[in-house]
Ligand binder design. Structure first.
Ligand code: RP5
Length: 161
């Protein structure tokens, strides 16, 4: 079974992050969910990232806000692909988080989704894993067809009313 680590910088991120957790689980991914802070628990962050591959994790999603260095620190300490979610958790509306997550120096990429982009982080993770797990590719195709059908139905409803 495919295994992803879903790491957040604070419990205060969980209200949004649990949407990503649900998407991953609905697709059939095993999720290890953690609260690890690049600043408050830096040695845990380093240990976690260094051991993630050995522990069977295939991809890391990291959600953090403010000076959001979590995704970058995990990416710097692991060969696994890292998706970063900039969380809207401060007075700067998440722009601080976005720049902190996306502006990685060359050599250490973090695939950054939109501010609070928990849904896309989950979907992108499944798409990346679908390279190895063909069943996920089929589920993504079904997901896209359903999304299309839903919008077409709403459009039809709008035109009728
Ligand atoms: C970041 O600071 C966390 O990821 C969170 O988004 C933000 C605020 O954390 P708390 O002060 O609510 O714990 O490290």
């Amino acid at each position: 079974m495919a295994k992803i680590a879903l790491v957040m910088g604070s419990k205060s991120d969980y209200e949004r992050v649990q949407v990503c957790e649900k998407i991953l689980k609905d697709f059939g991914v095993e999720v290890e969910i953690r609260i690890i802070s690049a600043h408050r628990t830096p040695s845990v962050a380093e240990d976690f990232a260094k051991n993630a591959e050995k522990n069977g994790i295939e991809l890391i999603i990291a959600a953090a806000g403010k000076a959001a260095h979590l995704a970058g620190v995990l990416a710097g300490n692991s060969p696994l692909p890292v998706i970063g979610i900039p969380m809207k958790s401060s007075t700067l509306d998440g722009l601080d988080s976005l720049l902190s997550v996306v502006q990685m120096p060359k050599g250490v990429p973090v695939a950054t989704v939109a501010i609070d982009g928990v849904e896309n982080a989950g979907i992108l993770a499944v798409q990346i894993l679908s390279i190895k797990y063909p069943a996920f590719r089929e589920k993504i195709k079904e997901y896209k067809l359903k999304m299309e059908a839903d919008v077409i139905a709403l459009d039809k409803e709008m035109q009728e009313n």
